[in-house]
Ligand binder design. Structure first.
Ligand SMILES: [Zn+2]
Length: 270
């Protein structure tokens, strides 16, 4: 499943193909993905001038002079470049003024496409509930300490709560907790204050490393899925049950929390 770094990689990969371009043609090949495409999407996008691309949590934003197309890659979404010949599962294609076809391809159709008006109207509900960006300046140790205070829920679950911090997924939480020497089972209120600065730094580090890995593999890559970031990256604990901890060689443990696997070292993480 594409996580925050993959979405960031996709946004960075699409940027040179879209920014400064006028949308010449829009090909909607079905009515929607997990929900219907916005009404009049073809009319809204055709002729729009693309101003910028950005990311919020796991959403990609394509901002034009007419408004912003918001996409989510769901479980299996990816963008294809040079998609002049439509392939199976290409659900939306755009032709730029430069003659490049881009296709949003999503075999399982858990992704979504939404539209925000240029005047900021039409509140997009999923954004309203999101906490700060983990790579943004609002995500500080003071902020996180306040968010964890009084919480009896394990730190692992709190970091996956999108209203506390936006866009963090299972892999990156497992990795950051290992770097910061915090057990995923520790209750939020029991995480020592002195460990919160390293935890914020670890979260930023694992995301930045993954974005760098994805970005380094995207050049000359015709399918902007970002998923190469996974293959080029070796995880410290994620998916490594019973293998040696990279710090102390004790076996990595796997523990299911709220239906998601946590991987951690009981010796290094308290
Ligand atoms: Zn260890």
């Amino acid at each position: 499943m594409p996580e925050l770094p993959e979405v960031e990689t996709v946004v960075q990969g699409l940027t040179p193909h879209l920014v400064g371009q006028q949308v010449a043609e829009v090909d909607l090949r079905r009515d929607g993905l997990r929900r219907p495409f916005p009404a009049d999407l073809r009319q809204r996008l055709t002729g729009a001038h693309i101003l910028s691309l950005s990311r919020r949590a796991k959403y990609g934003l394509i901002t034009s002079d007419r408004g912003t197309l918001v996409f989510h890659l769901g479980m299996s979404g990816r963008w294809r470049i040079d998609a002049q010949i439509a392939e199976k599962h290409d659900h939306l294609r755009l032709l730029t003024g430069a003659g490049t076809w881009l296709a949003l391809n999503d075999a399982r159709r858990f992704g979504s496409v939404d539209w925000l008006e240029a005047d900021g109207g039409g509140d997009f509900a999923p954004f309203a509930a999101l906490g700060p960006e983990p790579l943004g300046s609002d995500f500080t140790a003071d902020y996180l300490a306040a968010a964890l205070r009084m919480r009896g829920t394990p730190i692992k679950n709190l970091l996956l709560d999108q209203s506390i911090v936006a866009g963090l997924g299972n892999i990156y939480v497992c990795e950051a907790l290992h770097i910061a020497h915090i057990s995923p089972l520790t209750r939020g209120r029991d995480v020592p204050r002195k460990n919160i600065v390293p935890l914020v730094a670890a979260i930023r580090q694992v995301l930045a490393d993954a974005i760098a890995a994805g970005g380094s593999t995207i050049r000359d890559h015709r399918q902007i899925s970002g998923e190469l970031g996974y293959f080029s990256h070796s995880w410290r604990v994620y998916g490594r049950a019973n293998q040696p901890c990279p710090s102390c060689a004790a076996p990595i443990l796997r523990h299911v929390q709220s239906g998601r696997s946590s991987f951690y070292c009981a010796k290094c993480q308290r």
